[in-house]
Ligand binder design. Structure first.
Ligand SMILES: Nc1nc2c(ncn2[C@@H]2O[C@H](COP(=O)(O)OP(=O)(O)OP(=O)(O)O)[C@@H](O)[C@H]2O)c(=O)[nH]1
Length: 375
């Protein structure tokens, strides 16, 4: 039952709730030693008192569980409400300290357990403040528990001993606990930095250095994703292989450097054309373009059938035909030939690419500066 109360799709919430269950189990753990103490008269209450104590502890835990699970606690800076929870647990431990006779060990263990939960978020100041509050509370409890005539008794002196030891242990726990909290925070920072660096690396690994467009590896991944989607949802998608016409002449006439500039200009023209097309087809997944090889580009057009894709690439062809690429050698007239293929159910990506390639070669052989639709 508890398992179904802990969501699987929200890891943070699941962790908070698991901690809450841990807190509940911690109290139930004390049941056997408490029963044993009641049985032997080592605490100043009977079974009714015990039922009250455990009842209050369990109710507090269940209320916190509900507040966290229901989202109420999200409005606080600390959605686990650890400060409040540890404070209440320490208060319960003080109540137990008041009633404890020979069973003082249970009180110490209760304080220990409460302080332990601070490890999940307490700062050193919070830990020390809690220690100070407990010390004050314990001192007050001693004043209430022992009237002046009892303060010379062995029981009182023993209680003072427990008190001093408790203060020592709680101080030690505060320092150690806040150190663990700091370690956890620095670990979380490092793993966040690592995740950012990894994302940056992935981004770099998917880009073509010259044009900044996606590289062949990323394009192949995109094509596979589109193929999966097309199969699963029975939706079309198309691709286009675009090859610059007579690019060798650009290199031969103006040098490789200017050739590179022309490639960048073509890349930018393709990218801005696709961006415009995506704005028109709002709400659908975005098109992808990248450098497929030397002077070849590849475009992936989700949701498009062959005819749609052809129209879109034909517009791009006209745009490129009409606007020269700006290079340091001046404006250069650049055209391309392209082959467009629509995905056929059941075919491999390699076959689809082969068909688009064949269409592109047909465009070349029929005079260049053309877009052909694959058969
Ligand atoms: N500047 C530059 N040139 C490149 C790059 N990659 C490939 N090329 C050049 O692109 C040219 C491709 O030439 P070809 O395959 O003969 O084709 P083409 O001259 O474009 O002629 P068609 O494709 O038949 O229209 C070669 O000169 C390559 O050196 C690059 O990264 N930078």
């Amino acid at each position: 039952m508890v398992r179904s109360l802990i969501p699987k799709d929200d890891r943070q919430l699941a962790t908070r709730l698991k901690r809450q269950v841990m807190g509940l189990v911690s109290y139930l753990m004390f049941m056997a030693p408490l029963v044993y103490s009641v049985e032997n008269g080592w605490v100043g209450f009977g079974y009714v008192g015990l039922a009250w104590f455990l009842g209050v502890a369990v109710t507090i835990n269940v209320l916190f569980f509900v507040a966290i699970r229901g989202g109420f606690s999200r409005r606080f800076a600390d959605p686990s409400m650890v400060v409040l929870q540890v404070g209440l647990a320490a208060l319960l431990a003080l109540v137990m300290a008041y009633y404890a006779k020979e069973a003082t060990v249970i009180t110490t263990a209760l304080f220990f357990t409460a302080f332990f939960f601070g490890i999940f978020s307490f700062t050193r100041v919070q830990y020390l403040a809690l220690t100070a509050a407990v010390v004050l509370g314990y001192a007050l409890m001693l004043v209430i528990k022992y009237d002046p005539s009892q303060r010379g008794s062995d029981a009182f002196r023993l209680e003072l001993l427990y008190f001093v030891v408790l203060v020592m242990v709680l101080l030690w726990l505060s320092i150690l606990g806040s150190y663990v909290v700091q370690l956890r925070a620095s670990l979380a920072r490092r793993s966040a930095d690592l995740a950012t660096a990894l994302a940056r690396l992935k981004e770099l690994a998917s880009r073509d250095e010259l044009t900044g467009l996606y590289n062949r590896r990323h394009l192949m991944d995109t094509l596979e994703q589109q193929q999966d989607r097309a199969v699963r949802y029975d939706e079309p998608f198309a691709l286009c292989i675009l090859d610059i016409d007579h690019f060798k002449r650009v290199n031969d006439s103006y040098g490789h450097g200017v050739g590179d500039e022309a490639l960048r200009a073509v890349g930018e023209c393709v990218r801005s054309h696709l961006r415009r097309m995506d704005v028109i087809g709002r709400g659908k997944s975005q098109s992808t373009c990248g450098r497929y090889g030397g002077e070849e580009f590849l475009l992936v057009l989700p949701h498009a059938d062959g005819a749609d894709a052809w129209v879109s690439i034909e517009r791009l062809r006209t745009a490129m035909h009409d606007s020269p690429a700006l290079t340091s050698a001046g404006p250069l007239s650049i055209t391309f030939s392209a082959g467009v293929a629509q995905y056929r159910h059941g075919e491999s990506i390699a076959d689809m690419l082969r068909r688009a390639d064949a269409a592109m070669y047909r465009a070349k052989s029929e005079g260049r500066d053309r877009v052909e639709l694959a058969e």
